[in-house]
Design a binder for this molecule. Sequence first.
Ligand SMILES: Cc1cc2nc3c(=O)[nH]c(=O)nc-3n(C[C@H](O)[C@H](O)[C@H](O)COP(=O)(O)OP(=O)(O)OC[C@H]3O[C@@H](n4cnc5c(N)ncnc54)[C@H](O)[C@@H]3O)c2cc1C
Length: 493
Amino acid sequence: MPEPDQSVLARREEIIAALRAIVPGEGVITHADSLRAYESDGLTAYRQPPMLAVLPETTAQVAAIMSYCYANRVKIVPRGSGTSLSGGSLPLADGVLLGLSKFNQVLDIDLTNRLVVVQPGVTNLAVTRAVEEFGFYYAPDPSSQIACSIGGNIAENSGGVHCLKYGLTTNNVLGVEFVTIEGEILRIGGRHLDPAGLDLLGVIVGSEGLLGVVTEVTVRILAKPEAARAVLVGFPTIEGAGQCVADVIASGIIPAGMEMMDRPAIHAAEAFVHAGYPLDVEALLIVELDGPEAECAELIGEVERIAIANGAVSVRISQSEQERLTFWAGRKAAFPAVGRLAPDYYCMDGTIPRRRLPEVLERMQALSAHHGLAVANVFHAGDGNLHPLILYDANKPGELDRAEAFGSDILRLCVEVGGVLTGEHGVGVEKRDLMPVMFSEVDLAYQQRLKCAFDPRSLLNPGKVFPTLHRCAELGRAHVHAGQVPFPDIPRF
Ligand SMILES: Cc1cc2nc3c(=O)[nH]c(=O)nc-3n(C[C@H](O)[C@H](O)[C@H](O)COP(=O)(O)OP(=O)(O)OC[C@H]3O[C@@H](n4cnc5c(N)ncnc54)[C@H](O)[C@@H]3O)c2cc1C
């Protein structure tokens, strides 16, 4: 991470006083014990309490905080619920942690336009809860949906089981209110489709808190399908399961969800949730079909036929809504369940072309032997999005380093076979140094020029995403007059 700026730390009391003037009452947190609550996110291997935390309640307060920090060159790390698995909301020792947890209101439910307007601190699941009585739901469903915020979902372009059919966050957001580092309030997109001009909404979704702070969100909602049924299919080989996934997609069926678990993950999930998973198989697929009842029944028959043709040894079709939810309960709890196999686990996130799955899993086993650490696998199989969970013990010297080296080899492998570094968890701190594996110098320079257009002083979430932070002047964003760089004191790391 960037070295803390001692000149900013020396001004801590002055900064606290200025922020207290903007957010009165208990909205500015400064005590070391209270700041511990923010020292980490879902990537718990990294910890760093912030210089201070501020919890604004209005967009005007956010704008005033940003404007003050811009003028006084103070770094800001936005934070929703702190469940990022890539260290996206890891604080900085010399930075302000800007928590959005008080932005927790559902502002408008507009059924006519099939949308909901919410504040960014509202949890993902709360959006569905707000509209389910009217027969609607919000489709992107990260496993962390009970806790993660919509603002965090936007920043990470989060996905979930149902994104295979209904798209990621980016496909379900219609508009945002957005505060720039200079304190300007923008409205991008809105209640309508296809806004005019350049697609700034597309730039903001997935920008990992590097471009500004989202203070209001408009999301699309969908009518609940008439029926949803899930099929649980066991395979004696990973190859058979992988081929079944490819054949289902190639047949023209787009399931509402298609998830795979390998043997260690199946056993861990079954011991945790008792979902009735078969224990004598190497791979388990959960395939969900939704739509009108008759279409569901037809497609389930087709999936069953494809599964048996690929060597499935067990096929169970959910007979009730309760049974369908039980099938999913094991998958949704797979991460905490795997957490019972070892003191610590490191959750990776990479994406590969679906047809390379058997080869990637075989090479992952070789890497597991090489690094001396076990791995359990959970995938969004339909999307080719892998979540290898590397098991380690942080108390054993060197094991975290080995887990990180193993994880980095897995991500290099994903890129080597034609995939990408992340499927849904973002780059953050975790994959920052691997960006050059995927992108050329020129690619990275163009991405950073975009960052400079929004944040010329590099104050928003620095140390994340980009392996080296160039001065914006070097990238042509800032005007250099007579050899004088405008911001000579911007740190490089
Ligand atoms: C058990 C578990 C399961 C998970 N399963 C999934 C999954 O299935 N799919 C998936 O995609 N992810 C998953 N995640 C990862 C995580 O939940 C998502 O990335 C989520 O979107 C993060 O939301 P958050 O509110 O916790 O954001 P935070 O962790 O607080 O922040 C994440 C990033 O968003 C930025 N940010 C937050 N709020 C704002 C805002 N209002 N404006 C601008 N920037 C902001 C932060 O600066 C940071 O860069 C899982 C995490 C856990 C712990």
